[in-house]
Ligand binder design. Structure first.
Ligand code: DAH
Length: 368
């Protein structure tokens, strides 16, 4: 029995030393020291020994148990530490790694341009007002001196909701709404969406945006209109951009003008320098190529005229003032209406209106 004890102690010690995980240690402990384990079985065998040997054997069994327990505990501690270290290593986070990239949204280029347009006029003391997109014929046409059967209605390709209601064809009805509800002085801009039954192409869309302006007070003149639009052009497009007024006709203004801006693409020259391509080298900046001088090409932006038409304007027709309840003897005013898409294409030198509506991120994210 002594031999068996020694042999067992030996073997279990070896197993403990070779155990690679705390879970394996537990199995060893149960098999060796558990209630149904090896040592218990040996103890039971003690009954067969002569009584005088029993105390010594009992002592030996206790020693073996104590030794194995001590070894198990020591090994357990060592393995537990190792396992903890491994777990920590596996869970470690490298806080210096760059985080996943988050793409931030940005304003649509048209909204950037509109915001700038609004800012310029707000800076001059204008108030921003809005009106409905589904509008009464009364405001969209009648009060603007465009009675039923007036030829100007044909020019506007109107979407009719019913006989008296339309999708507004311009932002001018907001003028009429303001004039009928307020007393001068009036100084407002009205940005918004407008609708016309047009085929979509490079310069047309059935839904687009305008910004209307209206100023009414005593002694307002065409000079005020010209000065206002000149200042707008300067702030919107930079120094050197001027306005040109051409006589025109709108039923709601008299006199009326179509207003052009200096073409920002060719700086009003109507032509652009064409590189002497033989001297251009790969990798040269466009400005360097232009510096090479040589022939010129007509500017495509303004079709060689040096001017770009951007808006309609004029002095508010006294008939309109009167219909809206404002005394034309006492007050005068000017109005203008500009295309927001147009301004955007000009500001960013974008060649086709469709880019604004296709929502291609490769295009949109260039403008922030
Ligand atoms: N409503 C005109 C249009 O859509 C633009 C316009 C012209 C507005 C002259 C005005 C103006 O206020 O005075 O074509």
């Amino acid at each position: 029995m002594e031999k068996m004890l020694r042999e067992m102690r030996e073997r279990v010690m070896q197993n403990i030393a070779e155990a690679r995980a705390t879970s394996a240690l537990e199995q060893i402990r149960v098999a060796a020291l558990g209630k149904k384990g090896e040592l218990t079985a040996l103890l039971r065998g003690m009954g067969k020994l002569p009584p005088e040997e029993r105390p010594r054997m009992g002592q030996m069994v206790n020693e073996v148990r104590a030794a194995l327990e001590a070894q198990l505990e020591a090994r357990e501690k060592a393995l537990a530490e190792k396992e903890k270290a491994a777990r920590l290593a596996a869970e470690a986070i490298d806080v210096t790694l760059p985080g996943p990239e988050r793409s931030a949204g940005s304003l649509h280029p048209m909204n950037i341009a509109l915001k700038k347009m609004v800012d310029v006029f707000v800076g001059m003391g204008y108030e921003v007002v809005e009106g409905p997109e589904v509008e009464f014929d009364h405001y969209n046409f009648e009060l603007l001196n465009i009675p039923k059967n007036h030829p100007a209605r044909d020019a506007q390709d109107t979407f009719y909701v019913d006989d008296n209601i339309v999708l507004r064809t311009h932002t001018s009805p907001v003028q009429a709404r303001i004039m009928t509800t307020r007393k001068p002085p009036i100084r407002v801009i009205c940005p918004g969406r407008v609708y016309r039954a047009d085929e979509a192409d490079a310069t047309h869309s059935p839904v687009f945006h305008q910004m209307e302006g209206l100023v009414i007070d005593e002694n307002i003149t065409m000079g005020d209109l010209k000065g206002t639009l000149d200042e707008f052009a300067r702030q919107m497009f930079g120094e050197g951009i001027r306005t040109r007024f051409r006589p025109s006709f709108f039923p709601f203004t008299e006199p009326s003008a179509e207003v052009d801006l200096t073409c920002a693409n060719c700086k009003g020259k109507g032509v652009l320098p064409l590189a002497k391509l033989s001297q251009a080298e790969p990798g040269m900046a466009t400005s360097q190529i232009k510096d090479l001088g040589g022939a010129t090409v007509g500017c495509r932006m303004c079709k060689g005229t040096g001017w770009i038409e951007v808006l309609g304007a004029g002095m508010v027709n006294p008939r309109v003032l009167e219909m809206c309840g404002i005394d034309p003897q006492k007050y005068s005013g000017f109005a203008f209406g500009m295309g927001v898409e147009r301004m955007t294409l000009l500001k960013y030198n974008i060649p086709n209106l469709r880019y604004l509506y296709e929502n291609d991120l490769r295009f949109l994210t260039q403008y922030r």
